[in-house]
Write a protein that binds this ligand. Structure first.
Ligand SMILES: [Zn+2]
Length: 98
């Protein structure tokens, strides 16, 4: 698992060849491999999956509704997100829901 796919990774706004790891608290490179990265992604992805009830796999281009399916995609090192469709959902909902 590379840093760019990790939940702790924050892309540098100016230099796309480097970023910042919130877990390590130091600069990292996007293609740097990290033994802790996949754990973070699993935790973050599973938490979001529980909240939303689905996840979008950026590698397969499919939406996952089943938690065992979700784990399968994660174990393959796929990047899953809810961000992709979150923006679309936002257009259907009226703003100012506070
Ligand atoms: Zn996948």
């Amino acid at each position: 698992m590379n840093c760019e796919n990790c939940a702790y990774y924050r892309q540098h706004p100016l230099y796309n060849f480097m970023g910042y790891c919130e877990k390590k608290g130091s600069a990292v490179f996007p293609d740097q491999s990290c033994p802790e990265a996949i754990q973070a992604v699993i935790k973050d992805t599973e938490r979001l999956f529980e909240d939303y009830g689905w996840a979008y796999c950026m590698d397969c281009g499919t939406i996952v509704f089943d938690s065992s399916e979700l784990k399968k995609h994660i174990s393959l090192g796929h990047s899953l997100t809810q961000r992709f469709l979150e923006d679309e959902v936002a257009t259907y909902e009226s703003p100012g829901g506070d």
